[in-house]
Design a protein around this ligand. Sequence first.
Ligand SMILES: *Cc1c(COP(=O)(O)O)cnc(C)c1O
Length: 411
Amino acid sequence: MNDTRPDHSPMDQFSVVDDCLQLGGQSLVDLAARIGQTPFYAYDRDAMTRRVALLRRSLPEGLSLHYAIKANPMPAVVQHMAGQVDGLDVASQREMQVALDTGTGPDDISFAGPGKSVPELEAAVAAGITINLESPTELERVGAIAARTGYQPRVAVRVNPDFELKSSGMRMSGGPKAFGIDAERVPDLLARIGELGLHFRGFHIFSGSQNLRPETLVEAQGQTFELALRLAESAPGPVEMLNIGGGFGIPYFPGDKPLDLGPVAEHLAGRLPAVRDALPDAEIILELGRYLVGEAGIYVAEVLDRKESRGQVFLVTNGGLHHHLAASGNFGQVIRKNYPVVVGNRVRGTEREVVNVVGPLCTPLDVLAQQMELARADVGDLIVVFQSGAYGYTASPTRFLSHPEPVEILV
Ligand SMILES: *Cc1c(COP(=O)(O)O)cnc(C)c1O
């Protein structure tokens, strides 16, 4: 029986030598010296490779894996991932450029996201990538581009399903949504795609993000297949691709359990034969972001000051909310929980204490760890935030308070 659970603690992605975290075969201290500055994000290519390998051996054969590059669009990361997965999903023209620069063929790149501009659509049509249509207006724009240029745009329909992914971190389907086209309106849109003579590719049905419960994913995937088969009856041509979304989560907070792929794999293996019979031309695609890269990255900041205030220790670092919004708690709009954090150069230090790790910004929201037990740290020590390979740097307000930006490195 294959082990279908990922390493069970963020720390297990990385080894420790002489109490110092190792990354890409070197110690964090050496890596920091080589980079020559803190803060930085470091991403471990081997950890990404291992994650893709885990998926490949756990999931049924013949399922394609796509990387949603908004999770981490660093060109070196995207280049590495392009060699691991079967395709890339982009959400802007810049991301499209990064994806095309990897040498990935346009057949294996799709472009989703509401509010695509006409220049973005023109660039996508010219490149020959698949446009996941988000509205009738977008379809008409693509139709006009086809008429104007003589190109035959390749389009898929992003469907806003009539079900929702329960207990998902971020709901993106079911009910009224900005994403995709309501399932009940899709047949009309499919007819219009036929009238306009566009190249119909298939469906994109994405129902949510950051899910750690296999039973929820199983239910959503089952409903996704049923919906796709129903909609395929109105399709203007063969379904060449069926993107069933992803939504695989990673454990960020105390008590979060890694997703067990076992039940998801078993369910997919049971369903796929019938789906293949009904849609013999369809590539079935699983589209993942954070699950592929999130656990492969760390954010590293340096302790600049150590102070005490009314009985609590504060480690003040040169990094914080402006570089890593998610770890700080998203501007205080949610109940704040600590990401996994260690002192990278004293990982298992025997002298331990409960501290607050804060950043240099003039706001009480600039917190990386709150009342957390760490090895005793001092000025110059390196604070490491795990689970930082996705939605870190590019999902943070780096210009807030005008501090320097972090660097990024792939090791
Ligand atoms: C953001 C996004 C993803 C990736 O989400 P993760 O939670 O990082 O896996 C996948 N598909 C679509 C359509 C997205 O918008």
